[in-house]
Design a protein around this ligand. Structure first.
Ligand SMILES: [Zn+2]
Length: 418
C-alpha cells in the first residue's frame, strides 16, 4: 500500500494526463480537458489535482478514478478492471516507467513531454505535493479504520429501541443507505478505535494527526473525537476514506451547546458526497447543509451534496459550477438557512442554472425545518417531488442512473474508445 501511495505521489495526475497528450485548461484549482475516452466536443473531463483523481461528466461516459485508473483506461480501454491482477500490474508498470516510456495503445495522440513543465503542471504538482504531505498513508489508514470500527459497532448494537440504528430507521433511512454510506456509531466513553488501532498496528500519532483521537486537556490519556455521535464517511474519487463527520445522537446526552455536526478538526470541511455523484447524471444537483439531508435526498433518487459546516469555500463553489448541470439549493427553513443560501448562490455564480427551492414551512400543522424532517411526515417524499415539479418545472429530476449513495463499479458498456 505504501508503495502504491509513493507511486502516486511521484506521478501526479496532472502530469500523467498531460503525458498522454491531453491538453488541459485551468478551471479554478482544477483542470478540464476533452475526454480522451469518448467523442468529446466540449471539455467534459475534470482533473482534480488535490484528490489525485479525474472524472468525466460527459453523458454516457462517466469514466473516473485515480491516476492508476487513468493509465489503466489508456492501456486497456473499457476492459480496464482494477481487480484484475495482470491488468493492474501493467498499469503500475506503465506508470512507474515514467514520461520517457513508450505507451502502448497510445501512439497517435502521444506527444513529447515538454522540456520544462508548463505552469499548469507546476501548480498542480505543488498542490499534489501539499496533499501528499497531509494525507499520508498512515492518516488514510487511521481514517479507514475509524470508519470501519464505528460502522461495525453500529451494526453490532442491532436495531432495538434506543439504538442509533433504530434512530436512523426512524428518520427514514433504509439499511441500504446505512450500509452504502458507511454510517457508524462512536459511543460515549469509547475506546473502540484505540483498541482496534492497537490490534491493527495503527500508531496513536496517526489517529491524532487524522483527528479521530484527541488528547485530553489534562494530558492524561486521549478521547475519541466523535464520542456520542453517529459517524458518516466521505470518500474521494479513489474511494479512500478522506473525512468523517459526526452527528449528535440524541440517546447520548451530549451537552446542549455541542454542535449538531462535527467534522474532523484541523482539516478543511468537505463538500460531502461530491466524489460519489453519479457520472451519468443529467438532472439537478441538490445542495444542502446537513449530510443527513443529503443522504435523504439520495435515498429518494436525487443527486445531492452537503456543504459541511455550511461553509461554501471557493473551491467547492468552483466544483459545483463546473458540473454544468442545474443546481438547486435547498435551504434549511430558518433565517440562518435562508441567509446561507444567499451566500452560497453568490459564491457559486452559476446564473440561471442555479435555483433556490425553499421547503414548505409546515405540513398539516407539523413544522418542517429541513429535508430529513420532511421525510418524517406522511407522504414527505411525494410532497418534495411535487415541489420540484411545480417550483422548478423539472420533470425527471431524479438521477437516472441509480438510487444509491455510492458509485457502483463503472458501467462503460455504452461508451466507446476512439
Ligand atoms: Zn468521457
Amino acid at each position: 500500500m505504501a508503495r502504491l501511495d509513493q507511486l502516486k505521489a511521484e506521478n501526479p495526475i496532472v502530469a500523467v494526463v498531460e503525458r498522454y497528450g491531453v491538453q488541459l485548461q485551468p478551471s479554478g484549482r482544477n483542470y478540464k480537458a476533452l475526454c480522451p475516452f469518448h467523442e468529446d466536443h466540449t471539455p467534459s473531463m475534470y482533473i482534480y489535482p488535490e484528490d489525485g483523481g479525474f472524472k468525466c461528466f460527459g453523458a454516457g461516459c462517466g469514466l473516473h478514478g485515480d491516476v492508476i485508473d487513468f493509465v489503466g483506461y489508456q492501456l486497456h480501454g473499457l476492459q480496464w478492471d482494477k481487480t484484475n491482477p495482470p491488468m493492474f500490474q501493467a498499469a503500475l508498470e506503465a506508470l512507474s516507467a515514467g514520461p520517457s516510456a513508450s505507451v502502448p495503445g497510445e501512439k497517435a495522440r502521444r506527444r513529447k513531454p515538454p522540456t520544462s513543465p508548463p505552469l499548469s503542471h507546476r501548480r498542480a504538482t505543488d498542490a499534489q505535493a501539499d496533499r501528499e504531505k497531509s494525507l499520508t498513508p498512515m492518516i488514510l489508514a487511521a481514517l479507514d479504520l475509524a470508519a470501519r470500527v464505528y460502522h461495525e459497532h453500529l451494526i453490532t448494537l442491532g436495531d432495538d429501541p434506543e439504538t442509533p440504528l433504530r434512530y436512523l430507521y426512524n428518520r427514514g433511512f433504509t439499511w441500504k443507505t446505512v450500509r452504502d454510506g458507511q454510517f457508524g456509531y462512536c459511543p460515549s466513553h469509547s475506546d473502540l478505535l484505540q483498541v482496534a488501532a492497537e490490534l491493527m498496528s495503527v500508531p496513536r500519532e496517526a489517529l491524532l494527526e487524522a483527528g479521530v483521537l484527541r488528547p485530553t486537556r489534562s494530558g492524561h490519556g486521549d478521547y475519541e473525537t466523535f464520542y456520542g455521535r453517529i459517524t458518516l464517511t466521505d470518500r474521494d474519487f479513489s474511494f479512500r476514506v478522506v473525512h468523517l463527520i459526526g452527528r449528535k445522537f440524541p440517546g447520548d446526552n451530549l451537552r446542549e451547546e455541542a454542535p449538531k455536526y462535527l467534522s474532523l478538526p484541523d482539516w478543511p470541511k468537505p463538500l460531502y458526497g461530491f466524489a460519489s455523484l453519479p457520472y451519468k447524471g443529467h438532472g439537478p444537483v441538490m445542495i444542502v447543509e446537513a449530510p443527513l439531508d443529503m443522504l435523504t435526498l439520495r435515498q429518494w433518487g436525487y443527486d445531492a451534496v452537503a456543504v459541511a459546516g455550511a461553509e461554501m469555500k471557493g473551491q467547492h463553489a468552483q466544483r459545483l459550477r463546473d458540473l454544468e448541470r442545474p443546481l438547486v439549493i435547498i435551504p434549511n427553513n430558518d433565517r440562518a438557512g435562508l441567509e446561507g443560501a444567499e451566500r452560497w448562490r453568490e459564491a457559486i455564480m452559476a446564473g440561471e442554472r442555479l435555483r433556490v427551492l425553499p421547503l414548505p414551512e409546515d405540513v398539516g400543522g407539523k413544522p418542517v425545518k429541513d429535508v430529513n424532517e420532511l421525510a418524517q411526515v406522511e407522504r414527505g417524499q411525494d410532497i418534495f417531488a411535487d415541489l420540484v415539479r411545480r417550483r422548478l418545472g423539472l420533470e425527471g429530476a431524479r438521477s437516472t442512473s441509480r438510487g444509491a449513495s455510492r458509485p457502483q463499479r463503472r458501467e462503460p458498456a455504452r461508451t466507446r474508445r476512439r
